[in-house]
Design a protein around this ligand. Structure first.
Ligand SMILES: Nc1nc2c(ncn2[C@@H]2O[C@H](COP(=O)(O)OP(=O)(O)OP(=O)(O)O)[C@@H](O)[C@H]2O)c(=O)[nH]1
Ligand SMILES: [Zn+2]
Length: 367
């Protein structure tokens, strides 16, 4: 799918390109550009592909910023003033993003939080040895499309499944993810890792998304393996060992692709409000389950347990109303998501068709 890049070509890339730089603007001062590798409490680790700097936001930035989404996130490109000798820098501005992952904080107030920026690919990770949750897969796909990046589905723990089981799950995934590449891998045997690498070309940035325990950290290690081995060798050579305390969130893979793995991304769940509502309103839901009709609207239906609870004071009117309100908001969010997904899908097909036409045209011309 992507032209493979060989080591020599990679070495010829500029420092910025090695960490994923793909802006075509000519008037940008490349000397003043860096990428955010890690977000710390009040500072950032940034890199220009050659040197890493500890960066802070400029006073002007802090004065002007109005929205939490405008703060730098892992993967962001920033306009900086470097203090080369001290390996420190001041961030003046965040460059326009190509894509972004925003996390919706739970609760009724819509409070968004930046998770990662400027990724080209979203690796949706799911494991083969657990029941496939198609709805969750769909939600991950939606959030991938919504972010502006391209999804690739990675099914882990291939070593724990028979070939026909693998084929079965892959077919089911392909049904919910029409046209999305699906790769089955094992972190134990490394089976399928080459297939996966074919979707991670040099200079492109991928981010990991998936539930706990599916093997994301293990996959990072598998993909980094060679690089990690190399650092181990360096450490062994230098007798004291070098202790790097900073936790990295953006990695350069041995083939030149970039990988973002942040805690924020791990916690990311679409419609977080929905799952937290489940626990926050479990009392209302218990009554709801005892209603005579499954689709009871708790209005004038006979045998409505919710009405009964409201009348005898087991449930307060206020609490019931806030539950209603949250439900309406979630229903609205869902419709919005569905509409957006539909448009995205339509657009994607249009683009794919165009790409195919261009490709056919190109082949014809070559003949
Ligand atoms: N057999 C097998 N086990 C795997 C594979 N990948 C990961 N595991 C195991 O699955 C468990 C969970 O893996 P993690 O990498 O910690 O999962 P994670 O997705 O990072 O989980 P969180 O950190 O909770 O988000 C570990 O015990 C791994 O050793 C695989 O391909 N095959
Ligand atoms: Zn009812």
């Amino acid at each position: 799918m992507f032209p493979p890049i060989n080591k020599e070509e990679f070495l010829n890339l500029s420092n910025l390109e090695k960490i994923g730089w793909a802006y075509d603007s000519q008037d940008m001062n490349r000397e003043a550009v860096a990428r955010v590798m890690t977000v710390q409490k009040n500072s950032y680790r940034i890199s220009d592909g050659n040197i890493e700097y500890l960066a802070h936001l400029s006073g002007k930035f802090l004065n002007q910023v109005t929205d939490s989404l405008n703060f730098p996130a892992v993967g962001d490109w920033v306009d900086v003033h470097k203090l080369q000798d001290e390996q420190k820098a001041v961030v003046n501005r965040v460059l326009p993003r190509k894509s972004q992952f925003v996390r919706q904080a739970a609760g009724t107030k819509v409070e968004a939080q930046m998770v990662a920026a400027n990724m080209d690919i979203v690796l949706i990770v799911s494991s083969l040895n657990h029941d496939l949750n198609e709805r969750r897969m769909e939600r991950y796909l939606l959030s991938a499309y919504e972010s502006g990046a391209t999804p690739v589905i990675v099914l882990t723990k291939k070593d724990e499944c028979a070939a026909d089981e693998v084929a079965d799950v892959m077919a089911r995934v392909e049904e919910v993810a029409i046209g999305v590449p699906v790769v089955a891998i094992s972190n134990v045997t490394c089976d399928g890792i080459d297939d996966l690498m074919a979707h991670l070309p040099a200079g492109q940035t991928a981010v990991l998304l998936g539930s706990s325990g599916v093997g994301k950290s293990t996959l990072v290690n598998t993909l980094l393996d060679r690089a990690v081995q190399e650092t181990k060798d360096i450490r062994a050579a230098d007798s004291k060992g070098r202790h790097t305390t900073t936790h990295r969130e953006l990695f350069v893979l041995p083939n030149g692709a970039l990988l973002i793995d942040t805690p924020g991304m791990r916690e990311l769940q679409l419609w977080e409000g929905e799952s937290s509502m489940d626990s926050a309103f479990s009392d209302v839901e218990t009554f709801e389950r005892e209603c005579k009709f499954n689709d009871c609207r708790h209005d004038t239906e006979p045998g409505c347990r919710v009405r009964e609870a409201l009348e005898n004071g087991e449930l307060s009117e206020e609490r019931f109303q806030s539950y209603r309100k949250l439900q309406r908001e979630l229903a609205f969010e869902r419709r919005k998501q569905d509409q957006r997904a539909y448009l995205e899908e339509k657009n994607r097909w249009k683009k794919l068709k165009k790409q195919r036409q261009d490709h056919d045209h190109f082949l014809k011309k070559r003949r």
